[in-house]
Write a protein that binds this ligand. Sequence first.
Ligand SMILES: N[C@@H](CCC(=O)N[C@@H](CS)C(=O)NCC(=O)O)C(=O)O
Length: 217
Amino acid sequence: MTIKYELLYFKFHGLARLPRLLLDMTGESWQDRYPQDWDKEKQDQPFLHIPVLTDFQEDGSKFILAESSAINRYLAEKAGLMGSNARETALISQFYESWGEIHQKYWPLTYQFNDMLSAEQIDKQMSDLREKIIVPILTKHDQALAKNPSGFYVGDKVSTSSDWMSLADVAAAASLPLFDYKNQVTKETHPHLFALHEKLSNHKAFKAQEARFPGKC
Ligand SMILES: N[C@@H](CCC(=O)N[C@@H](CS)C(=O)NCC(=O)O)C(=O)O
């Protein structure tokens, strides 16, 4: 079978979590590639980082794309998950970017800032992030989901597949379990977000993801 896509990333989920889910959702054949000698291979990448997607073209050429958000949008478009008009696409991007804000603010506090801040400072920053950003923003998300009878973020017929899912839904379902909400985001407080997560957890791409690198984030 000819391979349509290849994703270069390390052997864990990290920034490849969404690209891998979306690759499964394109219905095309694809493969992971793990760097053998990253220090060498780094120089060959568009911006010296991974993930990097290669899309093998019919004429034998390669389309190479870096930056996880660009990769996610490209693959979501290929999978029919970016809506069917400019407004749907914009709303899908809006919710997707909003999850992006949480990721961008949360992970540095969990990893990079450990060297610069004391444990108390990190706790304080994390609690501010939770109270002022994560919980109130996810409350808005839950309210938006509540308004849509489909249970997805963006109206009807946003997808060529029968279930109307979009990049925003995939990002939400993949992201929801990753953060420590200290019991402030639960099935009771944010029922629509949890219902979306539960619905997508049964999707075969999510099942395949679960089986990949168990126990690693
Ligand atoms: N803005 C980039 C960040 C990519 C990034 O930082 N990737 C890390 C892995 S998560 C990486 O390439 N680390 C190895 C290195 O920089 O040498 C994106 O979203 O794709």
